[in-house]
Ligand binder design. Sequence first.
Ligand code: 13P
Length: 248
Amino acid sequence: MAKLRQLVAGNWKMNGTAASLAEIDALKAGIAGATADVAICPPATLIAQAAARAAGSALMIGGQDCHPKANGAHTGDIAAEMIADAGGKLVIVGHSERRADHKEPNELVRAKAEAGWRAGLLVVLCIGETEAERKAGETNAVLSKQLAGSVPEGATAANTVIAYEPVWAIGTGLTASNDDIAAAHAHIRARLAERFGDGAKAVRILYGGSVKPSNAGEILKLDDVDGALVGGASLKAADFLAIVAAAK
Ligand code: 13P
């Protein structure tokens, strides 16, 4: 099966200060000639500066979350339009840390995805099962429910990327086995095809959860794995570039 152009996206989570902008400079230089799309989602405080530094290169900068509304009385929140205004090109929505820490339900994630589109951002929409759900044999059912509830009508390859991130593999050093990743991605592809038809074939499905230079090559080779969403290993340009180099 021909591979889609892969996307390797780094999620810095709540890490990074102005000193970390040196990593953006290193990535900008390091991705020249990369065969994959490359993005970094720094904390909101750094989006504008990171985007300014990345200008003139293929490195995309994005946000880690957005509010469904374009503006208003929502203290502490950030609109998708603000991310775009700061130079962001994409936004992550529905990350499991937001689903857990902020009790974000599928309907809210869906509204956030629509907000990202409204602002012209590429939406990276995360789904994934917990360890208890996997042990109970509910992985596929959980993924189906999250896809049905949080992916809006109108999702296309141009506006949406799905990130499969098993919760138990995030930040734990544990990665899903290659067979489990391939099975989950095939399941996601099939559910997308049911809803969106042939267009679903071009929707990129990223794997996330303890991706690092030593395992990126084998994961990125798997069928239906169209890139990676990387947490810890995206904080240092050298590690992240090694992952980018493994992508197609
Ligand atoms: P780690 O790569 O640190 O496991 O994090 C994955 C993740 O949550 C990316 O969004």
